[in-house]
Design a protein. Structure first.
Length: 201
């Protein structure tokens, strides 16, 4: 039986705080930065861009609520590339290995349609994917089973033919309910070992 590796976007370690855009007290006191993120509920706000809301709308809404932080909120988008700290060691090597073997590779990510192209321009390994399904484009977000079903319909594979790799237990559980084979990502070493157990590398 042929296998598709639906290799999830677990390749980038992302830091949601910009050293180039923080107040001096947050640079010297890192906890101040985390308090700022918590105060504006950054992660829930950013999730709405992953759901398909434009950054222009998101920035306008959040800046109206927190005008004192408007310049920081805008700076996050303007300097978004600075929030990407790099690839998780070993993961890119595994991706290239799977590509060399000849597996079809698909990305499925909770990611804004506006910022993904900026990440792709920074890292050549994104070109390994045959297709990338973005939550920000399809207006569905993991762990909603609908986004997994949409992906299966688009790539035209049955669930049991696909191996889904994700670092979220909620996403893994949702995919398993649809019948996908899954590996929960914890480290590159663990991922390579489990791929070996599946006789895929």
């Amino acid at each position: 039986m042929k296998k598709t590796i639906a290799f999830l976007m677990v390749l980038l370690a992302v830091s949601f705080w910009l050293g180039t855009a923080v107040p001096l007290n947050a640079q010297t006191r890192p906890e101040a930065g985390f308090c700022f993120l918590e105060e504006i509920d950054f992660y829930q706000w950013n999730l709405q861009q992953d759901r398909g809301r434009t950054f222009a709308d998101g920035i306008a809404e959040l800046s109206a609520t927190f005008p004192e932080y408007a310049y920081l909120i805008q700076a996050y988008y303007d300097h978004w590339e600075d929030s990407i700290t790099g690839a998780i060691p070993g993961s890119v090597e595994i991706l290239y290995k799977l590509k060399a073997i000849g597996y079809p590779l698909y990305g499925l990510s909770n990611w804004s349609a506006e910022t993904y192209p900026r990440a792709k321009a920074m890292h050549a390994f994104f070109n390994c994917f045959d297709e990338v399904i973005l939550s920000g484009e399809v207006k569905l977000i993991k762990p909603d089973p609908a986004i997994f079903q949409l992906t299966l319909d688009r790539i035209k594979y049955n669930p049991e033919e696909c191996l889904l790799i994700d670092d979220s237990s909620a996403n893994i559980a949702s995919a398993r309910e649809l019948g996908l084979v899954t590996i929960q990502f914890h480290s590159s070493q663990q991922l390579e070992q489990e791929l070996g157990l599946h006789n895929l590398i």
